[in-house]
Design a protein around this ligand. Structure first.
Ligand SMILES: *Cc1c(COP(=O)(O)O)cnc(C)c1O
Length: 314
């Protein structure tokens, strides 16, 4: 956010259906997050709402400093449309690709869209260095500035000279080596996660009210996590009952992300939301199932059996 020139009081549009670190850097810099809802099919930022939000702001001569778009659960957002919209308004596009390493969009890898993209190598991601992440950009000046800020903003002189306040945000070389080793098996892990998704879908899609997110026509999904939706108007049960049934047999599952516009911290700040109904419904209906790359068929069949039993029990 500092590298895109965000100043206190300026707005940044950001996906609402995401984990909070997509928005935190905006607040760190004194900016104001404006949340944009998802589209029904991809669960990612709705280009129509984005366009609307930019149009109203352009009319007032107050464009946001940037747009942060999230690639949710391994599926890239609709960049063919979103990148064109951001370009038309001259607003910087930042991609939060933390969940989408290895996914593609229009034949290009997730993280290749916009001015810069962020990846995470946290413990639950498809590749992990235990913590930390990666910032990518094809803008050399942007990367030079980010690297400078991430290493305590030391000036390139022999003694310790500082003209601005930086951070210790760099990854250690030991952890980077762990990550580089795993890059070799990234394709295998994506194949495993896609297999896991297909097995869940084959075993559960017939249940009343159960849905799975279809792969978007513009890009290949890594299926980082398999999430299902349970429409409680149609199903004899709901997400929370299924989650508790799984928990009883020592299987961890989690609700999908709670939309950021519903988070108390952002409500208290009076943050604006553009749309909102789609992500609210997904939050009420979505459950992330165990999806680790090393899951066995036996493990997965246990999960499937408990979910089916929960439906039978109602
Ligand atoms: C995991 C994740 C992050 C942040 O990851 P950290 O490495 O924990 O900082 C950011 N955005 C999204 C969407 C994520 O899922």
């Amino acid at each position: 956010m500092r590298c895109v020139g965000l100043k206190a009081g300026e707005e940044v549009l950001v996906s609402t259906f995401t984990f909070i670190p997509s928005a935190n850097p905006i607040v760190y810099e004194g900016g104001r997050p404006v949340f944009v809802d998802s589209e029904v099919n991809s669960w990612n930022m709705d280009p129509v709402l984005l366009e609307r939000a930019l149009a109203t702001r352009a009319a007032k001569g107050r464009l946001p400093r940037a747009v942060t778009v999230v690639d949710l659960y391994g599926q890239s957002a609709n960049y063919p449309e979103i990148a064109a919209i951001c370009e038309r308004y001259g607003v910087a596009l930042i991609e939060d690709a933390a969940e989408a390493l290895g996914a593609t969009c229009d034949g290009r890898p997730a993280g290749a869209f916009g001015l810069a993209a962020a990846f995470s190598f946290n413990g639950n991601k498809i590749i992990t260095t235990s913590g930390g992440g990666m910032l990518v950009s094809d803008d050399a000046a942007f990367i030079a500035q980010a690297r400078h800020l991430a290493t305590q903003a030391r000036e390139p002189v022999a003694h310790y000279e500082h003209r601005t306040i930086g951070y210790n945000y760099r990854m250690s070389n030991v952890l980077a080596a762990l990550g580089r080793g795993q890059l070799r098996v990234l394709d295998d892990r994506i194949a495993a996660r896609r297999r896991i998704f297909e097995a869940y879908r084959a075993a559960l899609a017939d249940l009343p009210g159960v849905g799975f997110r279809a792969e978007s026509p513009w890009g290949r999904c890594s299926r980082w996590l398999t999430c299902l939706t349970i429409d409680q108007g149609v199903a004899p049960t709901d997400c929370e009952k299924v989650r508790l049934a799984l928990e009883k047999t020592n299987i961890e599952s989690r609700p999908v992300w709670k939309p950021l516009h519903l988070q108390p911290v952002f409500r208290d700040m009076g943050c604006e939301i553009v749309g909102g109904a789609v992500s609210e419904r997904l939050f009420a209906q979505g459950l992330c199932l165990p999806s680790g790359s090393s899951m066995t068929e036996v493990d997965q069949n246990r999960v499937i059996a408990v979910v089916r039993k929960a439906f039978a029990a109602g």
